[in-house]
Unconditional design. Structure first.
Length: 482
């Protein structure tokens, strides 16, 4: 199903990816030990001395339940970034705090969200960080009443724009709405009609208590947009729970096949795309489908969770070929100075390969965002004590910045609640000679891990745009010009 000649058009991007994997797994990186700030990090000038003060990063979410595979690396990224920047002056002299006392682990239980928020509110946060679309819906009216802006790397319309999808609130997402990501996925499929002449998508997503995330992209607007492009979307979504087993998913994938689908789009993370791929493999249907996903489906955790599930056809992990969104810089882009820095710091801090995922990168981006937000806000209001949620919201809505140049932070004066830039990429695996993509397990580059497991390093190959650049995803908000 995956045409090798398609990648011959992308040799430069692939070469950079290969260089990345070599650097991560075979070449020791040099950490920034001279205590100077790298030249590529350019903060606003400090007009107010904040020495003696502190800025806690206060956050709430699931770090021990179904989201743990992506949130545990976030904690590591926050810790490493805070240590790095504190050693270089913090925020105009103020120290960045990321201890356990500044966060609440909900364990993925919705009943823990409001009590956790109540506890964190006692810390008088200027800004709050959330992980989950479901939590953003629950806390949306509370943070608005308390005037506490929220940053989140998620994107349900209800969480950001309310029940009517037209009322911007106090929650700001640093990635595109999931519906917008799905629409951009359809744009890619439509642009590759030689590969997908009669595309029909079956939408799979987490349901139950996490349906706010899992079904977030399955909207009338996104479906209509896809179909206008000539990409058919089956009428009903196939919902499943994070605890779903391969056996419980086989009836769903068989039904999708019987319904005429040849593409499965999975709005889930960690085990979600893996279990769908495993179910397809078990039923002998893996070769009949293209698999797609939201940005979290392209996380390194998916490569790790699938390393013991190999396809009979090519003896590679069953997620080989997964296509989806990547709205941030990624580990493969080692020509980028921020990625070089993160690799070096992860090496210095002994971070295992399992930690080096999207959320580790986002942890660094979040800390750098805090630095710039607090510098700009303190410059405007005159002191750390004068900063509150209202002042911070003004900064969030008007700040134009690129945290470590990993993504663009610009909410356009409050006109947006989700950052729009995105790109579509494909997950492949490195070959043994480290000069191309693996065509089978026999020629794959393998990394032995403790306990006898074998890890297959993933390669991210840009598809749309082909050069790997970012462009705004189409807006699927009701009433918007699509």
């Amino acid at each position: 199903m995956f045409l090798e000649e398609f990648y011959n058009m992308r040799k430069i991007a692939l070469l950079l990816t290969i260089m990345a994997l070599i650097s991560i797994f075979t070449i020791p990186a040099t950490a920034q030990d001279d205590m100077t700030m790298p030249d590529f990090i350019q903060h606003s000038e400090c007009q107010v001395d904040l020495t003696g003060g502190s800025v806690p990063i206060i956050h709430l979410g699931d770090t021990s339940g179904s989201y743990a595979a992506i949130t545990q690396p976030l904690l590591a990224g926050l810790a490493d970034a805070a240590a790095f920047f504190n050693a270089r002056g913090g925020i105009c002299g103020a120290q960045i705090l990321v201890g356990d006392e500044y966060r609440v682990d909900t364990g993925g239980n919705p009943a823990n969200v409001e009590p956790g928020y109540t506890r964190l509110k006692e810390l008088n946060p200027d800004v709050l960080v959330l992980y989950s679309s479901t939590d953003s819906v629950t806390l949306r009216p509370l943070v608005e009443a308390d005037q506490i802006p929220v940053l989140i790397s998620a994107g349900s319309i209800r969480g950001l724009y309310g029940e009517d999808a037209m009322t911007p609130g106090w929650v700001y997402a640093t990635n595109p709405l999931y519906a917008d990501q799905f629409a951009m996925f359809c744009e890619y499929i439509a642009s590759a009609s030689d590969m997908y002449p009669e595309p029909t998508i079956a939408y799979f997503g987490w349901g139950g208590p996490v349906a706010e995330f899992g079904l977030a992209a399955f909207t009338p607007e996104s479906i209509a947009y896809c179909e206008e492009l000539g990409v058919d979307v089956l009428d009903e979504a196939y919902a499943f729970l994070p605890i779903a087993t391969v056996d419980s998913l086989t009836p769903l994938v068989n039904q999708a096949y019987d319904d005429g689908a040849n593409i499965i789009y999975v709005n889930a993370l960690a085990t979600g795309p893996v279990r769908i791929a495993e179910a397809l493999e078990q039923e002998g249907l893996l070769g009949e489908f293209t698999l797609g996903s939201a940005n979290w489906g392209l996380d390194s955790s998916v490569a790790f969770l699938s390393m013991g599930s190999l396809s009979e056809a090519d003896n590679l992990p069953v997620v080989n070929g997964l296509i989806g969104s990547m709205p941030f810089r990624w580990w493969s882009e080692v020509q980028h100075p921020a990625i070089q820095l993160l690799i070096a710091e992860a090496d210095k801090n002994g971070r295992a390969p399992t930690v080096r995922g999207i959320s580790y990168i986002l942890g660094w981006g979040l800390v750098d965002t805090y630095i710039e937000m607090y510098i700009q806000t303190a410059n405007r209001v005159g002191s750390l004590d004068a900063i509150d949620g209202v002042a911070m919201r003004e900064t969030i809505e008007n700040m134009v910045y690129s945290p470590l140049d990993l993504y663009a932070f610009d909410f356009q004066g409050g006109g947006l609640r989700a950052l729009p830039n995105n790109r579509i990429v494909q997950l492949r695996f490195l070959n043994a000679t480290r000069d191309g993509v693996a065509t089978s397990g026999d020629d794959a580059f393998k990394v032995p891990l403790e306990g006898g497991a074998t890890y297959y390093p993933p390669i991210i190959v840009p598809l749309y745009p082909a050069d790997g650049s970012f462009q705004p995803a189409p807006s699927m908000l009701p009433g918007m010009d699509m």
